[in-house]
Write a protein that binds this ligand. Structure first.
Ligand code: SF4
Length: 84
């Protein structure tokens, strides 16, 4: 399967791809979404398309939850309660 079309510009991938070997959950998100069959379901992409990329928090995973060990503090209201 081809990688997500946003892979080279995606802030989440840029920030966390280097850390995936340290975190099995991150590794699975990247494998399943960014490089896998669930890329069309990515919540980051959906929020970006509807509300704009500036509304997508850096620490939001493609499933829409915060990266393990981080919080929703400072998330936009669109990210906290998106109408997708
Ligand atoms: S987080 Fe979403 S938009 Fe970013 S590379 Fe992964 S699937 Fe694509």
């Amino acid at each position: 399967m081809a990688d997500c079309e946003k892979l080279t510009t995606c802030a989440f991938f840029k920030e966390y791809n280097d850390k995936r070997s340290l975190n099995m959950i991150l590794d699975k998100f990247i494998a399943d979404y960014c490089q896998g069959a669930k890329q069309g379901e990515c919540v980051r992409k959906k929020i970006s398309k509807i509300y704009g990329i500036e509304k997508v928090p850096l620490n939001m995973t493609p499933s829409g939850v915060p990266v393990l060990g981080t919080t929703r503090d400072n998330w936009s209201k669109e990210a906290l309660n998106p109408s997708l």
